[in-house]
Design a protein around this ligand. Structure first.
Ligand code: CTP
Length: 413
């Protein structure tokens, strides 16, 4: 059995709502605390009074109940728990979840939560079989919602039978405990245990001759922090870095390269990987016709002219669809203006799953500094994070990457 957890139970408006009373008792017997939200339809089947008596907490029913907003607020309600259980999940509630509605407390909480959600559907078999419900359920699965049931059997309506019954309480309990136990196991093992993470970092140096090179101001700090965070969370890490002077993070395989071409080869050699994070400030151009001997002023009539050619875009190459593509490809967008617009277009043009965008204009102090203010851009939209240390940014990115891998796997199951 898992340790004591906080469960938010969202009770939908179905005849099976009465089973929630038993569920609450069993969960509390196991030491878990339960807070309940009831839709208005649910209150037609069981009363908030009886639910509240069993949870020993006030039952929440109304999004616009000012007292609730002052005391907890729906955003906190959505996050101050370890798991949200939706039971019975009616066809209407499922449709609202799939469509991202938020017009009552239950749906607003479900839209605002960052916690796992377990949905136990219950409805008439014809409603369950309807293409609209099939579509909605497929969407919820793709969104990472865990679904248990429905079971088959007799319906409350006379003469109706088929798939649509709420699963029985012991099954619901087992599913809930299963979620807690697997998340505890993952935490103990490190959420990235068994994963391979590749990180590129630092600048690249593009030689002009054996002495001189083209470079940029990247310190490599963010990339090194990413590698350290991934290793800390249990991953096997390959850090491919350009020339920097930073201490090596513990438990990381470090591959030191100088040029963009070498970085590309090193990344390819490190594949396959579950996650690849491209934090390097790769030089966009290299010098053509690199001299093998030092260029002497005396041998030239004036200043030399450098001819540049474009370097391979490592992120773009690795993010191409194919068997070797890491499951999660994360790029960085270092910009000095129009940060979000440029970053969004990089998400598309490079086919990355996420872009971490930051403002690196000199006034930001990011280049070489300890802190970073980033936006996480994905197909889902833009998340702007507050300013924090590069170590914290790294930790958060890696934790999110672990969640994403887990969600993708759960959805695929
Ligand atoms: N990147 C890469 N290989 C390159 C250039 C960039 O892997 N040759 C990666 C970087 O590591 C980063 C992302 O692509 O994750 C965006 O890099 P950035 O320098 O911001 O963008 P560029 O593609 O170089 O575009 P621009 O310089 O025009 O902003």
């Amino acid at each position: 059995m898992s340790s004591a957890k906080r469960i938010l139970l969202i009770i939908g408006g179905g005849i099976a709502a009465y089973k929630c009373l038993e569920l609450i008792r069993r969960l509390r017997e196991r030491g878990h605390s339960v807070r309940a939200v009831m839709t208005s339809a649910a209150q037609q089947f069981v009363t908030p009074l009886s639910v509240g008596a069993l949870t020993n907490e006030r039952v929440l029913t109304n999004l616009f109940d000012l007292d609730d907003e002052r005391e907890i607020g729906h955003i906190r309600l959505a996050r101050d728990n370890d798991l949200i259980v939706v039971a019975p999940g009616t066809a209407d509630l499922i449709a609202k979840m799939a469509g991202g509605h938020a017009d009552d407390l239950a749906t607003a909480v479900l839209l605002a939560t960052d916690k796992p959600v377990l949905l136990a559907p219950a409805m008439n078999p014809a409603m369950w079989a309807h293409p609209a419900t099939r579509r909605n359920v497929a969407q919820l699965k793709a969104d990472g919602i865990r679904i248990i049931g429905p079971a088959s059997g007799e319906m409350a309506e006379r003469g109706e039978a088929g798939v649509g019954r709420l699963v029985e309480v012991p099954e619901l309990l087992a599913a809930i405990e299963g979620i807690f136990e697997s998340s505890e196991r993952r935490q103990q093992r490190g959420v990235l245990e068994g994963r391979h993470v590749i990180v590129t970092s630092g600048p690249t140096h593009e030689p002009i001759d054996p002495i001189r090179y083209l470079a940029n101001r990247s310190s490599g700090k963010q990339g090194f922090e990413l590698a350290a965070a991934a290793a800390d969370l249990g991953a096997r890490v390959t850090l491919v870095t350009g020339p920097v002077s930073l201490p090596e993070p513990a438990g990381v395989d470090i591959v030191r390269i100088k040029t963009a071409a070498e970085m590309l080869e090193a990344v390819k050699a490190a594949l396959p990987a579950d996650v690849a994070v491209f934090a390097a400030a790769v030089a966009d151009w290299r010098v053509e016709g690199i001299k093998t001997e030092k260029i002497k002023k005396t041998e030239l009539p004036g200043a030399p002219t450098l001819t540049l050619s474009e370097n391979p875009d490592i992120l773009k190459i690795i993010a191409q669809p194919g068997p070797d593509r890491p499951r999660l490809v994360i790029g960085f967008a270092a910009e000095t203006q129009n940060v979000l617009d440029y970053a969004k277009s990089k998400l598309k043009s490079k086919r990355a799953d996420w872009i971490v965008a930051n403002n690196v204009s000199p006034a930001s102090g990011v280049m070489g500094g300890e802190n970073n203010t980033v936006h996480l851009i994905s197909a889902k939209g833009v998340e702007s994070w507050p300013e924090m240390s590069k170590a914290k940014v790294a930790r958060r990115i890696m934790e999110r990457a672990a969640e994403e891998l887990h969600t993708k796997r759960t959805a695929a199951e």
